[in-house]
Write a protein that binds this ligand. Structure first.
Ligand SMILES: Cc1cc2nc3c(=O)[nH]c(=O)nc-3n(C[C@H](O)[C@H](O)[C@H](O)COP(=O)(O)O)c2cc1C
Ligand code: SF4
Length: 374
């Protein structure tokens, strides 16, 4: 297996095409489980005019099944096809079970502590279990809890909120830059924890994520004790990335000053490009938070366990994340919410193939851009 993992990216940004292509090249490709019906016209037609939560959940499981199977066809027995499921989504348990049943090689869980993952996957011992955590404390908590259930993680993703895209594993906006999240600190602390718990270092590979954008950086992180790197934004903007071309352009063309952090409806900080919708929302955020009151889910989907907008939680975001992320997936620059990591991209504003990206990370040589015949 190559020491490269493609991070799960919702909604629909990492579906079968991206994950399957990454796996085919011998790395780990990850499908994000959230609201995958958006890639299936027939399933969207069934649910577009409905506010029926049960129906939306049912078709999303069908979409997840289709996406995993399609990715495995592309992978053709190479690498691994993983499924990323956020602990914060309401259909977490059902999605974990579906991922196992549909033939995912690994289940990767972030945005919350997956303390119950061993039970949920008990009938599928061959499916690798990979939590995403951000600091030594969270890693210690999950490992100790899982050890009581006679299970160890098959790998751990260490995601640094300082630079990662999407939802961030920090308690608040003020703590995103906290030095205890730095890779050297977390790697050192985790290897020390393994020693204390009598876990051999090789038993649980550590995968670092957030802002990894160069071959040299990957080499240094592997030398520090990481077994692999996880990349999100660099894969989102590849030719095979499953989102609309406009999505990729927004990410590749963003300047450092365009990338902002804010509170998501899920009650976690998040990082995205400050496109027109987000700029407008952030201007009104305080007013909206002052008016926050519990109400029905705006689209009847109830996608999150805890939603700041629906539950009237003034400390969380006040927008429907499902709606805004779906606009972004479809390339609506005005209305979309475009998650992105904070770092520069390996190929600048160029949209390149997964093959080029993996080849650059493995060799340090940027492949020439192949001219498309006129
Ligand atoms: C567009 C986008 C969507 C993301 N969606 C998810 C998600 O659904 N679940 C998750 O665990 N992480 C998500 N992430 C985080 C990535 O999987 C990855 O860990 C992170 O982006 C790494 O940082 P990088 O983008 O700097 O490489 C997302 C990131 C991006 C850029
Ligand atoms: S209002 Fe909240 S729970 Fe309902 S779909 Fe939107 S983000 Fe999800």
């Amino acid at each position: 297996m190559l020491p490269i993992v493609q991070g799960g990216m919702g909604i629909g940004v990492s579906a079968h095409r991206l994950a399957g292509t990454v796996a085919r090249l011998g790395a780990v490709g990850t499908i994000s489980s959230v609201d995958l019906r958006r890639h299936h016209k027939d399933l969207m037609e069934q649910t577009a005019k409905h506010r029926d939560k049960e129906l939306i959940n049912a078709v999303n499981l069908i979409a997840l099944d289709r996406e995993i199977k399609a990715a495995q066809v592309i992978a053709d027995g190479n690498g691994m096809v993983a499924v990323n499921i956020m602990r914060a989504v309401a259909e977490y348990a059902a999605s974990v079970r579906q991922a196992c049943e549909s033939g995912a090689n690994a289940v990767v869980v972030g945005a919350g502590l997956p303390l119950d993952l061993p039970e949920l996957t008990a009938g599928y011992p061959d499916v690798a279990l990979i939590p995403i955590l951000s600091d030594t404390r969270g890693i210690s908590l999950v490992i100790k809890k899982w050890m009581r259930k006679n299970r160890l993680p098959d790998a751990i993703v260490i995601e640094n909120p300082h630079s990662a895209g999407g939802h961030l594993g920090a308690m608040s906006l003020d703590t995103i830059q906290d030095p205890h999240f730095a890779f050297p600190t977390v790697l050192e602390g985790t290897l020390e924890l393994f020693k204390q718990l009598g876990i051999e270092r090789e038993k649980i590979p550590l995968i670092v994520a957030g802002g990894v954008h160069s071959h040299e950086q990957m080499r240094d992180l592997l030398a520090l004790g990481a077994s692999a790197v996880q990349l999100g934004t660099p894969f989102a903007v590849t030719e095979e990335g499953d989102a609309h071309l406009n999505f990729k352009k927004v990410l590749t063309e963003a300047r450092p000053e365009d990338i902002v952090t804010f509170m998501s409806v899920a009650g976690l900080p998040a990082r995205a490009v400050c496109t027109p919708w987000l700029a407008n929302y952030l201007e009104k955020e305080v007013k909206l938070q002052l008016k926050a009151t519990p109400k029905q889910c705006t689209v009847g989907f109830d996608c999150l366990h805890q939603c700041g907008l629906r539950d009237g939680n003034a400390k969380a975001g006040q927008f429907c994340i499902d709606t805004q992320l779906a606009f972004a997936l479809n390339g609506d620059i005005k209305r979309g919410l475009f998650f992105r990591g904070s770092e520069v991209l390996p190929f600048g504003s160029e949209i390149r193939s997964v093959q080029d990206l993996i080849s650059y990370f493995m060799t340090g040589v940027r492949p020439e851009m192949v001219a498309v015949p006129a």
